[in-house]
Design a protein around this ligand. Sequence first.
Ligand code: NDP
Length: 446
Amino acid sequence: MDPRLEPIFDKVLERNAGEAEFHQAVREVFDSLSVVVGKRPEYLDNGVIERLCEPERQIIFRVPWVDDQGEVQVNRGFRVEFSSVLGPYKGGLRFHPSVYLGIVKFLGFEQIFKNALTGLPIGGGKGGSDFDPKGRSDGEVMRFCQSFMSELHRHLGEYTDVPAGDIGVGGREIGYLFGQYKRITNRYESGVLTGKGLGWGGSQVRTEATGYGTVHFANEMLSTRGEDLEGKRVVVSGSGNVAIYAIQKAQQLGAHVVACSDSSGYVVDEHGIDLAHLQDVKEVRRGRIGDYASERGSDCHHVTGGSIWDVPCDVALPCATQNELDEKAALTLINNGCRIVAEGANMPATPEAIKAFGTSAVLFAPGKAANAGGVATSALEMQQNASRDSWSFEHTEERLAAIMTGIHDRCAETAEEYGAPGDYVLGANVSSFLQVADAMTAFGVI
Ligand code: NDP
């Protein structure tokens, strides 16, 4: 890190004690900014970098609800409105027991840069709760969502803050949240939430967008080496929204996807993952990846625990959660001949893993670039809501593909310009930082 950035980073550590994931996200950006402050020292003088690390607003609230046994449960809700410099705060809600302020801040910070990369007018924010929807009935999830929105609604608006889904928040939860927002405000404000159902203001391709976009990005990376996904052996971690549609698009492009996972283990299916079966287990029955393996038969095996990155592949797509791919896993991937790693999840590779990829032949794409297709399509959903229009699947997917190609090229060109060809981390951080920092500078000290 440039020594001029160190005192700013020290202040981030001091002000946000105990928030390890947030520190990690800031550190990664600061490491890339060393090349910027050399050329543009004005960003140090006008406090842009320091201001960028402090959310514009942080909301923490109580979420009381009654479970099926009639017992009162209390969870904690969060919304971190990080930056509205390029547009309304935009970023998903995560419902998972691991959620605390540090996770929401890391995600919100990443979101600022990711959203800038899309080229669309959206700022950065993130929210969620330590509520665990796993094993809860639909009625319990509904009552939780209604209570959560009873507080959150006063902070939202299509020009203010527009949440979407993330881990633990899919179509069912967005439905309950939107219903409660509409009821409380007496406004059919479609543009206040994205990821809505297709019959009530949702966009085609939004469900698929993050996974599809990640695969599109990986294909663009391969094309810089004169290759494509046809015939490539692919491993995808996770089996949620991002993973399922990454598998679908990779298969459509001719790849052979052999493994996926959940938090209890992974499956290896040498015949190729049967997507319809996986969707039935995960999306319809809300089951476990172990059920997929036991129902699929003897050619498919389930490994409890372990590391999915032990499975040899050409292309690795981490699509589960933060810090799921460490240095040891990175070295295993490298030794097994992996050539492309594109993050579908947010910050799934640890800093040590990214460093290992950087000193190998592996091309590595950070989540803020590779998984930006989800939020980009959310912005397309907002556009359709604003114009009371709805686009076809084909048209929306074409827009998504063009946006992902644009992000890829922008990262690659910036990396080249700053003397680090092939370094997508630097390209993504520098190019998005410059856009955000220049807008902040134009607005004065606010
Ligand atoms: P889902 O809840 O649909 O799926 C999450 C998947 O990851 C599940 O298979 C889950 O397994 C697994 N997982 C979660 N936590 C862990 C853990 N601690 N260890 C191992 N596996 C885990 O979430 P999404 O697919 O929507 O999100 C996945 C990632 O993609 C997240 O990092 C999210 O921030 C990111 N992302 C999502 C976007 C979207 O549009 N949905 C947009 C951009 C990024 P289990 O069921 O066992 O918990």
